[in-house]
Write a protein that binds this ligand. Structure first.
Ligand code: PRP
Length: 181
């Protein structure tokens, strides 16, 4: 357990395990797409650390872009309403696109994004998620590459936050329930 100011965080997945898994995910993606250009599209903000590590396992055939969607906030978590706050800067037509997510919870965000991005006629559209919480799924969504399956616990670190804190932790951790407020 690590104590960060007032909050206690248990390490769920350490930096070494993340690094090894991220390397393997990149290998799997590269293997499936081959030598063709790959466009990694990170869903901000949570996936910025994952993207930074993932992209450095590729060669010069990779390019990057970003989008940001609205978070629903607690009250509307189940509504599945997702709005684009920042769109991708380029056309996806004919490209091998990989959506990069930090975590899949209900699946609503990715289900919406997959539908939206398919309309832009990429050659292929895949999803890589570092973390997957199968217990909380509400929308059926195929995730092509999963880093780790995790239980239904509130996780922070490696890009994931609570009220914008802890994104910079080098590991994925679980906050003690009494420190969540
Ligand atoms: C998280 C995560 C996904 C989404 C997953 O983002 O990065 O985008 O929630 O949830 P879902 O499967 O229930 O749709 P968040 O709203 O926390 O925003 P952030 O990445 O900016 O922290």
């Amino acid at each position: 357990m690590i104590t960060l100011e007032t909050a206690r965080v248990d390490v769920l997945i350490d930096a070494e395990a993340i690094a090894a898994r991220v390397a393997q995910l990149a290998k799997d993606i590269q293997h499936d797409i081959g030598d063709e250009p790959i466009l990694l599209v990170a869903v901000l903000k949570g996936s910025f650390v994952f993207l930074a590590d993932l992209c450095r396992h590729f060669g010069s055939n990779v390019s990057l872009d970003f989008l940001q969607v609205s978070s629903y906030g607690d009250g509307t978590k189940s509504s599945g309403i997702v709005q684009i706050l920042k769109d991708i800067d380029q056309s996806l037509e004919g490209k091998n696109v990989v959506i990069v997510e930090d975590i899949v919870d209900t699946g609503a965000t990715l289900a919406h994004l997959r539908e939206l991005l398919w309309l832009r006629q990429p050659k292929s559209l895949r999803i890589v998620a570092l973390l997957n919480k199968p217990e909380t799924r509400k929308v059926d969504i195929r995730i092509d590459y999963v880093g780790f399956e995790i239980p239904n616990q509130f996780v922070v670190g490696y890009g994931l936050d609570i009220a914008e804190k802890y994104r910079n932790l080098p590991f994925v951790g679980v906050l003690h329930p009494e420190d969540l407020s």
